[in-house]
Design a protein around this ligand. Structure first.
Ligand SMILES: Cc1cc2nc3c(=O)[nH]c(=O)nc-3n(C[C@H](O)[C@H](O)[C@H](O)COP(=O)(O)OP(=O)(O)OC[C@H]3O[C@@H](n4cnc5c(N)ncnc54)[C@H](O)[C@@H]3O)c2cc1C
Length: 486
């Protein structure tokens, strides 16, 4: 029987990102993928600012940027436009890039790091004990590992085998998807319009083909297995947007059922769930793939530490607590977008749209909404009595000749020392996975930050007499071994 440290089930964006993270953490892993061939199916187009930052922390953003078109303004509701230029990020944009391109970038990295991606390997069974997990394959074979992560999508077999409830509901309006050519395409990189009979979106693939998406009230319950001709798409666009942009040739189309569900648990023993296997929501807001990549980034280094036996025993459980909360927030956000665009109560919809227009005009409220949408505002809960920066996204500060997100590319903790003495490195045991860098002090930031490999602040402190002792405690807590006692 083939055996490894971690088996990742599913080679979608979540599984591919996780595979790269595990390899970076120095653990052996294999990806088992049901499909025999690489997928060319594109669902996601929107890559948000925080995802680009996370990819930058692995040197991947520069590979993805040329595959997409940056959009610098978004409209969270009709008549409410937000300038993303005000995001405090290296990437103040939504990058419109086909999911297949994002997957190529992630798969390329997994390949470079030597992760075997086994295609045509469908998981059908699973059993576990205190030491290991055995998965059964459709061809009768078996593989075993110390940990298994189900990244096998919305209809996750792994989740089903664990008997974890996938709680939620279906949206009433089926989504129409078609890849078409347009003789008169819209000038915007991402065109979106809503009206009484639904909503439509058009995004370019960049090769002359466009993805047309429609939520058509008049035909919202047409069964999913009824073919979708280009004439139906034209008709939906004509009614909602007043034009079909000269829609002609169609190479692919489908009807899609959108759901709003979240797994009740993200961990059962030695098996974890991530990506669409853990949460699905309305595609409005473009959050699904972004959240899956965030899950993978959060889990990879923690599982790596668990396999190496180098992290504290509670570390893996923080994946479930931190990311279940984020998943619930994403469900709430996308559900609000869905109601705004497709809600059935005109009065409620009117009031909600007015509320969004107001929010967009008021700075602090706008920053909260844009923070959620872009992922920049995601923060993890901090323990009682800890520094207010604990759990926050670390800003990309200059550390000498490098940026923090360049230093993070090794997948280690980074201690950013902006204290006057600049001697905090001496407090950290050299064998621990911590790189120390110097930064210039600023009043806006703490004088010292221990940044996790996924770009969030594990510990922060200000330059006071007991800072060394507090740092030793913080490093010991997160890195699982006592820091050097001087
Ligand atoms: C119309 C539409 C538009 C969207 N737009 C956006 C957007 O703009 N931005 C965004 O972030 N998200 C968007 N999404 C959501 C996004 O596409 C998904 O969230 C994303 O694909 C989830 O990635 P994943 O890796 O978790 O799962 P998947 O991409 O579903 O990958 C799961 C993989 O597991 C494999 N698998 C399944 N079962 C097994 C098994 N038993 N054994 C082995 N392998 C198995 C599958 O073959 C598949 O390759 C959109 C979705 C839709 C429908």
């Amino acid at each position: 029987m083939e055996t490894t440290d971690v088996l990742v089930i599913g080679a979608g964006p979540t599984g591919l990102m996780l595979a790269g993270e595990l390899a970076l953490a120095g653990v052996r892993c294999r990806v088992l993928e049901r499909r025999a061939e690489t997928s060319n199916l594109t669902r996601a187009f929107a890559v948000h600012a925080r995802t680009l930052e996370l990819l930058d922390a692995r040197g991947l953003a520069d590979r993805l940027l040329p595959r997409g078109i940056p959009v610098r303004e978004i409209a969270p509701a009709p008549g409410a436009t937000v300038d993303l230029g005000e995001l405090d990020s290296r990437f103040p944009m939504v990058l419109i890039a086909p999911q297949s391109g994002t997957e190529r970038v992630l798969e390329g990295r997994a390949d470079e790091l030597g992760v075997p991606i086994v295609r045509g390997a469908e998981v059908t069974g699973l059993r576990q004990d205190a030491e290991r997990v055995v998965v059964e394959l459709a061809d009768g074979g078996e593989e075993s590992a110390r940990w298994v992560v189900g990244c096998d999508g919305a209809h996750s077999t792994v989740r089903g085998l664990l008997e974890v409830p996938f709680t939620g509901t279906e949206y009433a309006t089926h989504i129409l998807l078609a890849d078409v050519r347009l003789t008169a395409p819209p000038p915007e990189a991402m065109f979106a319009e809503t009206g009484p009979s639904g909503a439509v979106v058009v995004v370019p693939f960049g090769d002359g083909w466009f993805r047309a998406i429609a939520w058509d009230r008049e035909r919202e319950q047409v069964p999913l297995d009824v073919p979708l001709p280009v004439e139906e798409m034209r008709d939906a666009f004509g009614r909602v947007a007043g034009t079909d942009f000269g829609m002609s040739e169609q190479r692919w189309s489908t009807r899609f059922l959108s759901e709003r569900r979240q797994a009740a648990r993200y961990r059962v023993g030695r098996v974890l769930l991530a990506g669409d296997a853990a949460h699905v929501h309305s595609p409005l807001g473009g959050q699904g793939m972004n959240t899956g990549i965030g899950d993978a980034m959060n889990l990879g280094w923690k599982l790596g530490a668990a396999v190496r036996g180098s992290g504290p025993p509670w570390l893996v459980d923080t994946y479930a607590t931190e990311r279940h909360r984020v998943g619930a927030q994403v469900l709430a956000l996308t559900d609000t977008f869905n109601n705004l665009v497709l809600g059935y109560s005109p009065v409620r919809q009117f009031l909600q749209r007015q509320a969004v227009r107001l929010i967009v005009r008021v700075g602090p409220a706008r920053r909260i909404v844009v923070g959620r949408l872009s992922g920049i505002g995601i923060a993890y809960p901090r323990g009682h009595g800890t520094h207010p920066w604990t759990g926050r996204r670390a800003p990309d500060v200059a550390c000498g000749a490098q940026r923090l997100y360049e230093v993070l590319r090794e997948g280690r903790f980074v201690l950013v020392d902006a204290t006057a003495a600049g001697a905090l490195a001496e407090e950290v045991e050299p064998s621990l996975p911590v790189t120390t860098v110097r930064a210039r002090p600023t009043p806006e930031r703490p004088d010292a930050m221990l940044v996790r490999p996924d770009g969030y602040v594990a510990w922060a402190g200000d330059d006071e007499s007991d800072i060394a002792a507090r740092l030793r405690h913080g490093v010991g807590r997160w890195c699982g071994s006592p820091a050097r006692v001087s």
